[in-house]
Write a protein that binds this ligand. Structure first.
Ligand SMILES: [Zn+2]
Length: 493
């Protein structure tokens, strides 16, 4: 048995101003694709491990991914999908199936449901009976068409995402059993009429945990092959935006439909728990300064870099400075400021204007004076399981600026980390590599919503989510959505 593996993944924020271009994608092909993914905790690593586990040969096509940002350009989409289809066409006589890792929230110019379009084209090429098992991120906005075109769809069950290899293996087992004729996957999808704000995506706490527990229990039942819940991605204004429940049964379409509907009712029944009450920046900083146990981590929801925002928001930093807090660490994407720090050298005094440069959504550019404490090439390694499953990271040339406290020049207010590449805070080594010991700080700021928990919970006494403006603000008015359905419970109640 020979199975092709491929991946094109992007989470596209349609409210972010900068498009995602071909140059933003890292592409790995053939044997190099296997080499790249094997040491990670990505679902493609699960596809690769499945070759030994379920006795098939790997036929790697291509793996492409880019940091979440704005809509993917038509050129990037057509180039990558064109390459995928060309390689698939060539491989077809030699392969028995395709494992395809898609994010589920990619938006391309002309194709709001870009993942659905990829699966549509793949199906058109391979014919109706060829096994194509797709995996999705938990933040996917699956349309019904994708579920019909795929042989089966399997979605991560954790947020932060730490079960990607298991989902890859599950897809591997399902496709191997399908090819051997042991099972016949049939699917049903239900999309409950709730937005399910990202503030509630944590799979370790209610309201999502009981829903996911029910999905996991259902998956153990006879006749059921896979049960998934995607929480959805509210920063892509697309027709299928919102959560999805996908049940794959063995040959029994009615069973799949009935169980998907039952889980859909369960999700609908928690609708009144889905209204967010999140601290303002002023409240959050005040709470953090008063906390007895430290460090307190503040999650800057409006600048969720992993959700496609700018990475240079200054809203919490400004609040920390205004309230004259100390013991803080804030990381901001600002290549210009990094260059000035590099010119000043370690120990050099700097006078910078920091952040707020990408667009008008993420707070003002702030004047910062201080002393360069660290310069670093920006590379670090994460060997633990963290959100996204990545192992090797590169935030580009980076600096730490020691910022003195207002009115007490001998005392430090905080450590400002400046980097040259937009880098989501998925690994604590983003700051430990710069010589910062998180446990010795009072306030850590992470630009994200739920995903950074895997990295920050182990070092934090407390996590406070902060409602800030930005491309990933959590309370965007419904009127700003043009393609999403307007009937969500949260918007109409
Ligand atoms: Zn995700």
């Amino acid at each position: 048995m020979r199975i092709a593996i491929a991946s094109i993944m992007h989470e596209s924020n349609t409210f972010a101003v900068h498009p995602t271009t071909l140059a933003d994608f890292h592409v790995h092909r053939g044997a190099e694709m296997v080499e790249h993914y094997r040491p990670t905790f990505h679902e493609v690593a699960g596809y690769i491990a499945g070759a030994d586990e379920y006795d098939y040969e790997l036929h790697p096509l291509l793996g492409a991914g880019a940091t979440p940002a704005g809509t993917v350009t038509s050129e990037a989409f057509e180039t990558l999908v064109g390459q995928l289809l060309d390689e698939l066409r060539t491989a077809l006589p030699q392969i028995d199936g395709l494992l395809l890792a898609l994010h589920g929230a990619m938006v391309a110019e002309g194709f709001p449901q870009a993942d659905g379009e990829i699966v549509r084209r793949v199906r058109a090429l391979v014919g109706p009976d060829f096994p194509v098992v797709v995996t999705h991120d938990y933040h996917g906005n699956a349309p019904e068409q994708l579920v019909q075109d795929a042989t089966a769809l399997i979605i991560y069950k954790t947020c932060p995402h730490i079960d990607q290899p298991e989902r890859g293996l599950q897809a591997a087992e399902l496709i191997a059993r399908t090819i051997r004729g042991e099972v016949k996957p049939v699917s049903a999808i239900v999309k409950p009429n709730v937005l399910f704000n990202i503030a509630f995506h944590n799979t370790s706490s209610a309201p999502m945990k009981p829903l996911m527990d029910a999905a996991i229990a259902l998956e153990q039942q006879p006749g059921i092959l896979a049960v998934s819940i995607a929480a959805g991605y509210q920063y892509a204004d697309v027709p299928a935006m919102g959560p999805s429940i996908v049940v794959v049964a063995d040959g029994d379409a009615e069973l799949a439909a009935r169980e998907a509907a039952r889980l859909g009712e369960m999700m609908w029944s928690v609708r009144d728990q889905l209204i967010p009450h999140i601290a303002s920046p002023a409240e959050a900083v005040k709470m953090a300064m008063a906390a007895a146990k430290t460090p307190v981590s503040l999650f800057e929801l409006g600048d969720n870099i992993g959700g496609g925002s700018a990475g240079d928001a200054t809203i919490i930093l400004k609040e920390l400075l205004d309230q004259n807090a100390d013991g803080w660490v804030v990381a901001i994407y600002d290549p210009e400021a990094v260059q000035l720090c590099a010119q000043a050298g370690i120990g050099g005094a700097v006078s910078l204007t920091v952040g707020g440069k990408t667009d008008q959504m993420h707070g003002p550019t702030l004047p910062i004076t201080g002393r360069v404490r660290t310069l670093h090439d920006g590379t670090y390694e994460e060997t633990e399981r963290r959100h996204g499953g990545g192992r090797y990271f590169n935030q580009g040339l980076s600096a730490v600026v020691d910022v003195p406290k207002r009115g007490e020049p001998g005392k430090r207010a905080g450590l400002l980390v400046l980097n040259s590449k937009r880098t989501p805070p998925m690994s604590i080594h983003q700051i430990t590599c710069m010589g910062i010991v998180p446990q010795q700080q009072r306030i850590l700021v992470a630009k994200g919503a739920v995903a950074p928990r895997a990295a920050y919970e182990p070092v934090s006494a407390q996590i406070i989510e902060v409602d800030t403006a930005g491309a990933t603000m959590i309370n965007r008015p419904p009127a700003e959505f043009k393609r999403a359905r307007q009937s969500f419970y949260e918007w109409t109640r």
